[in-house]
Design a protein around this ligand. Structure first.
Ligand code: FE2
Ligand code: FE2
Length: 217
């Protein structure tokens, strides 16, 4: 049976990401694809470009641990190589690459480059939704454990001084998931993730209260 480009790409990704950190493994890419397809029901765009971009947006983490800020650059190279190999339409490849390049560049993110590219904006929202809710808490907690960061620190930093994942889990939850919801690009994205955003706030307040009952004298 002839396989579709989606099936071929999935197989490649699953094999390539064997043993990859749970924060950016195949399941993350799969969930982001799912979120993207839900958003796409209200925001029209090319579904093939969207699906490929969702599946490949974080592929660049693999093999470049410790250089998280440049994972989009490594991912672009993987996409350029793999998409022709799986039979993805050639003329659509540049738009997939563009979405990978900009997926983390929302206004408050790494460098703040804005975009009007619809696929990119959907990927940004779909990705941020996976950082919300119980899944988001699980991912950020896992990440903090992996890189050896504390749950709590006596030294609380103002938001502008906290760089991605350089401080306590508590500070990071306040700075990242709690803020992500308000910066989503589309109303539909906010609608489908409202409950997740509220859960993060409840979790954060509870965690803060419990921790401070011990450590803040
Ligand atoms: Fe990313
Ligand atoms: Fe992601």
């Amino acid at each position: 049976m002839i396989k579709s480009w989606q099936q071929k790409l999935e197989m490649k990704i699953k094999t390539y990401l064997t043993g990859q950190s749970a924060c950016h493994d195949f399941y993350h890419l799969d969930r982001v694809r799912d979120n993207a397809m839900t958003i796409e029901k209200e925001i029209d765009c090319d579904k093939e470009i969207l699906e490929a971009a969702a599946l490949l947006h974080d592929i660049g983490y693999k093999g470049h641990e410790g250089d998280d800020k440049n994972h989009h650059l490594y991912g672009m190279e993987v996409a350029k190589k793999w998409l022709p190999e799986v039979g993805f339409p050639n003329k659509k490849i540049p738009e997939v690459i563009e979405a990978i390049r900009l997926h983390d560049n929302f206004a408050w993110g790494h460098n703040g480059e804005k975009t009007d590219h619809i696929v990119t904006k959907i990927i940004q929202d779909a990705d941020r939704i996976d950082a919300l809710g119980a899944i988001g808490i699980a991912r950020i907690t896992y990440y903090h454990g992996e890189v050896g960061l504390p749950i709590y620190s006596d030294e609380e930093l103002p938001d502008e001084k906290i760089v991605w994942a350089d401080h306590s889990l508590l500070d990071q939850i306040r700075r990242e998931p709690m803020k992500k919801w308000q910066y989503l690009n589309f109303p539909i994205s906010k609608k489908i993730s409202k409950k997740r955003s509220e859960f993060v706030e409840v979790f954060y307040n509870e965690l803060k209260q419990e921790l401070e009952s011990y450590h803040k004298k």
